[in-house]
Design a protein around this ligand. Structure first.
Ligand SMILES: [Zn+2]
Length: 181
């Protein structure tokens, strides 16, 4: 969300909040929780006052070591096993959903872990086999749900939550991995 050129932040309105709160997440997202009726100006003033702390915290998170993936050799050495692995994971999680898909392919991309095409094809990075297990689960469930819902709407996340109630936590962990080569 981008509020008129001001720093990017997510705004949550809360009936219970008595005052403004700001949190900086591990993936450097800024989330502001505000009382229901508080005006935009008050929120932005508050954020301006906190700006220095926010930037400092974001920098600190950025410096944190990312989860390092093992060196896994090259694509052609791993492609077939990665495909079998991805197929079995998709089958496993699709028992919950029962969606239909066309084909599963393995890709060699630096920063993409998975995708779902509008035609109903699922693609996964050849390093999928080397992700921590919960991360694989998150990736596969995420792409599976895109077969049904081609966006990240609340409905989409509801579907993800059917299989993974802790998906918010998993997503945060996953994002820490995304640009790990
Ligand atoms: Zn997605």
């Amino acid at each position: 969300m981008n509020q008129k050129g001001f720093m990017q932040y997510h705004l949550k309105r809360s009936r219970r909040a008595r005052r403004l709160r700001v949190a900086v997440y591990f993936d450097s997202r800024v989330v502001v929780t505000a009382p229901q009726t508080l005006g935009q100006n008050a929120i932005e003033q508050f954020l301006a006052a906190k700006q220095e702390w926010i930037t400092r915290t974001q920098r600190r998170f950025a410096r944190r070591p990312r989860i390092v993936l093992p060196v896994v050799g090259d694509y052609s050495d791993n492609k077939d096993e990665a495909l079998r692995f991805a197929q079995s994971k998709v089958l496993q999680w699709n028992r919950i959903y029962g969606y239909s898909y066309k084909r599963i392919s393995i890709r060699n991309q630096k920063t993409r872990w998975g995708s779902c095409s509008r035609k109903g094809n699922l693609n996964f990075n050849y390093k999928i086999r080397f992700l921590p297990e919960r991360m694989t689960d998150y990736l596969v469930v995420h792409e599976l749900c895109h077969l049904q819902e081609f966006n990240h709407s609340p409905r989409f996340w509801q579907m993800v939550a059917t299989a993974l109630p802790d998906h918010k936590y998993l997503r945060k962990q996953f994002r820490a991995l995304v640009d790990a080569k």
